[in-house]
Design a protein around this ligand. Sequence first.
Ligand code: G3H
Length: 259
Amino acid sequence: ENLKDFIHELKGLNNIESLLKDKLGIEKVIVVPGDVEQDPMIKKELGKSAANYLKTIINYDSIIALTGGSTVLEVANGMPQLYSKSNIVVVPARGGLGREVEKQANTIASILAKKLGGTYKMLHVPDNLGKETVKSLIKEPDIKDVVETLKKADILIFGIGRADVMAERRNLPQDIRDFLEKNNATAEALGYYFDKEGKVVYATPSIFLTLEDLKFVKNLIAVSGGKGKAEAIVSTCRSGNVQVLVTDEGASFEILKIV
Ligand code: G3H
């Protein structure tokens, strides 16, 4: 840890953090050295840093909501194992993505809950459902229970992706991809697609935690790194849904060129 602090200071990352915080207009920025796109180990560092921050805000009875993705997975992996029991509940903010089960919010919620001695809830809903199906699903008791818990979350940890990459990963139909492109969508987070200014361009129908709900979540923590995600990170910050950003040096330098 001492070595980490030393490198952090040596690289001037403290200054970059406070510069980014001001430019992005958010509460806190944590920057780890390196770039996740250059070295996969950096994603683990990003996760560990976010987990360390998380430890400072978690309460005995916190409700933690989280999204899927390889970065949020590293937050759960980076959390040390607690050996006492807690009343912490971890809930997925999204259903499955039709992608690898290892990176789905459900799986990550179970990993993090076990680390924290708490419990978890599951949201067994595919990502590519139509609006009507989602509306009727929400009335199902099992799903209703998870959604009600979600809306009481005091902490939300989420990933940020590039709109084009996420549209591809989620296998969105061509007409929606064209729509995203035409409307200059740059970012995807929590099922929402944002443009450069942070305006919502498109919302995935299977959203259970809405932007309206986020206003009541005390801690909104985005974890996202890599030079190629800089624009997506800026857009999501501009949408007003980020309080704390945990990112890497690669994204940071690129962000400073934009803002
Ligand atoms: O919404 C964004 C994605 O979940 C980010 O996924 O961390 O694997 O790039 P990733």
